[in-house]
Ligand binder design. Structure first.
Ligand SMILES: [Zn+2]
Length: 667
């Protein structure tokens, strides 16, 4: 029994690592000393996520201890009663959550919480605690500037075939170099080499979908504003340097860099909006004619901290909050801006910020519970997984060393948070929201829906693009949602399926058709399970937001809603392809999917076909004075995280909590 006195000062820190599969614990245990040390002190178990095994769903599951059916955060987007059959709304939104969050329950019972980049925390649901960020995986509202690749040697790109998760963001800027003229305040004795000018276009507005960034206005005709920056290449005491500035004034630099340098955080302003970012000088030749500069994402100075005003304190003591700083190397790698080493440097900068922020808030605030989330592993999994099954030995080894580098940064971060913020009364929980399994084929679901006559698309005469005709379609795969909805009269806006008999007939036909999808190469079924919503209660899926039909694909096959609005001719070609499954590369090239080589939306226990590579199972690591050291469990559910940490700090779990206390980890 925990005494009352002990109970009062028990604290917990939860570190979230988005997308880390359970198998990676053993893969890296002996390669990363910080991970080994953590496991020696902790209980570890694979953890089954709540299906659908998506990010908003499971950070909410972890934070509430309830299943998807109860909290209602269905995949990346939710389809709600009264919407058109393919219409949805983004789920990174606490207003949609039907369960009490852990931090609300803790606050109700006199505990104070700190949330750092916890992705399901916005709009704010706490009254007293501290919330930093938390509106998703790449903030639309606080992002001022996308990363910029600024270079003299800009290649002409074919953006349609060179896409990444961030691929539609065309933020490459060319530097035009010439002999210097008109500069003010050049110190005596400096040898000036060249000057250059770079013109920045305005960043595009975006949203976040299941497969990454959705650009809202990339095709819009609106004329974009532009802004200029100047560079001056010079020699000082024999060393070659580059100055970046807004005006041609040596005394007003944004930063001065030598080749290889990072600028540290610098203040910038784009189109009247202030932001903070870093620059790195990747290349600079002695003639000042070959220059590559990378500018990281830039975030706004305020809005992302609660209570208001805490942003200045964070910026001063830790640096700015920038969500998705570590995700943008995905863009850089796909566009071949730079390779592994700089990606890992950026990830390291983000990890360093997490450590500083956790340390600063833990020492400057009264607190009982702190949640910190870092999204890096998921981004890397989506991007790098194909290297794990590559027959090219070089690619395989590159992937291995890249991924090891990622996990070294993660567990060094966890270790530093532990050494700086954890005392004898503090438990440390490290948890992921889901695992990842390979993607090699795309299930061409919209093609099946069209061929069977369930979904009907029409060409929009104004845009020249294709849209689902909701007045003629009896069913559709809702936008970024996890399943198929019947276009039911009285439930869907403009619903056309009139009665229950038709509803069941159509639904049964779709279920049978999907169950019959096989891989033509092997004859094996593509789906582990295709079922009606009523049959899915056993998986924690119940209530009005659960699709009429859900399907869970096996490893290698991606079942994901493609777009049903603004379909280009290239995408329509794919939807007209009479193959039930197509190589995923074909879907990438058609623009239906971003290039991702691993997925998570499958059953919680789905495993890769490559033996021991990965599964959908997440991780649960717990240490603390009442937890068994160096111990292991076979399985917990992510709904069990919150009841267990509630038990340890001596509070009642959140009101709708459905998980159990993981008693096997306790002494
Ligand atoms: Zn995730």
């Amino acid at each position: 029994m925990i005494s009352k006195q002990d109970k009062e000062c028990k604290k917990v820190i939860l570190v979230g690592l988005d997308g880390m599969p359970a198998e990676f614990i053993d893969r890296y245990r002996d390669k990363i000393p910080e991970l080994k040390k953590l496991l020696d002190e902790s209980f570890f178990s694979p953890a089954l996520p709540s299906p659908t095994t998506e990010t908003p769903t499971n950070w909410t599951t972890i934070a509430t201890g309830s299943w998807q059916g109860t909290h209602g955060i269905t995949s990346f987007h939710a389809h709600l009663k009264g919407m058109e059959v393919n219409e949805t709304t983004p789920t990174f939104n606490t207003d949609l959550c039907q369960s009490e969050y852990f931090w609300e329950a803790a606050e109700r019972q006199g505990k104070r919480c700190i949330l750092i980049n916890y992705p399901c925390a916005f709009p704010i649901t706490m009254k007293d605690g501290i919330t930093i960020g938390g509106d998703g995986l790449a903030s639309e509202q606080w992002s001022v500037r996308w990363p910029d690749y600024i270079s003299t040697r800009l290649k002409e790109k074919n953006w349609e075939s060179d896409v990444s998760v961030f691929g539609e963001v065309k933020s490459e800027e060319k530097i035009i170099v010439k002999d210097p003229e008109g500069w003010e305040n050049i110190p005596d004795g400096l040898s000036i080499v060249k000057e250059g000018t770079v013109t920045f276009a305005e960043s595009e507005k975006f949203n976040w979908g299941a497969l990454g960034i959705i650009i809202e206005d990339s095709d819009s005709e609106k004329s974009k504003r532009v802004e200029k920056r100047h560079v001056l290449v010079f020699r000082e005491n024999g060393s070659l340097k580059l100055l970046l500035s807004k005006e041609k004034d040596f005394n007003k630099p944004i930063t001065i860099l030598s080749k290889g340098d990072w600028s540290g955080w610098v203040n910038e302003e784009f189109f009247g909006e202030k932001c903070i970012r870093q620059y790195k000088l990747i290349e600079l030749d002695k003639n000042g004619e070959d220059i590559i500069i990378y500018g990281t994402m830039g975030n706004s100075l305020k809005g992302w901290g609660y209570p208001e005003g805490i942003e200045n304190e964070i910026i001063k003591n830790c640096g700015p909050y920038i969500e998705a700083l570590e995700l943008t190397p995905d863009q850089a790698l796909h566009h071949k801006w730079f390779g592994k080493d700089i990606c890992l440097e950026i990830m390291g900068i983000q990890a360093e910020w997490m450590v500083k922020c956790a340390e600063y808030l833990s020492k400057s605030q009264d607190w009982d519970c702190m949640f910190v989330q870092y999204h890096a592993p998921d981004g890397m999994n989506h991007m790098l997984f194909d290297g794990f099954w590559s027959e090219d030995k070089g690619k395989y080894e590159y992937t291995e060393s890249f991924m090891l580098g990622v996990y070294e940064i993660l567990f060094k971060m966890v270790d530093r948070i532990r050494s700086l913020c954890v005392d004898d009364n503090t438990s440390l929980c490290v948890v992921s929201d889901h695992g990842n399994i390979p993607v090699k084929y795309y299930v061409n679901t919209n093609s099946i829906m069209i061929r069977e006559g369930w979904s009907i698309f029409g060409k929009n005469s104004e845009t020249g693009l294709w849209d689902l005709d909701t007045g003629k379609s009896v069913a559709a795969f809702a936008h970024w949602n996890s399943g198929i909805w019947i276009n039911l009269k009285g439930r869907e806006k403009n619903g056309i399926v009139n009665n229950e008999k038709d509803y069941h007939e159509i639904r049964n036909s779709i279920i049978s058709r999907l169950q019959a999808v096989v891989d033509p190469n092997t004859g094996e079924p593509v789906f582990d399970m295709v079922a009606s919503r009523e049959a899915l209660e056993v998986l924690g899926l119940w209530g009005e937001r659960i699709p009429d039909i859900m399907a869970f694909s096996r490893s290698d096959y991606l079942f994901m809603s493609g777009k049903t609005k603004n379909i280009t001719e290239e995408m329509m070609e794919l939807y007209k392809d009479p193959s039930d499954i197509v190589p995923s590369m074909k879907a990438f090239e058609a623009g239906v999917l971003r290039p991702i080589f691993s997925q998570h939306s499958n059953l919680p226990c789905a495993r890769s076909k490559e033996k021991d590579l990965s599964s959908m199972r997440a991780i649960f690591i717990l240490s603390g004075s009442e937890v068994k050291k160096n111990s292991r469990g076979d399985r917990v559910n992510l709904v069990d995280v919150v009841p267990t940490i509630s038990h340890i700090i001596g509070i009642n779990p959140p009101r709708q909590c459905e998980g159990r206390i993981v008693r096997e980890c306790l002494k």
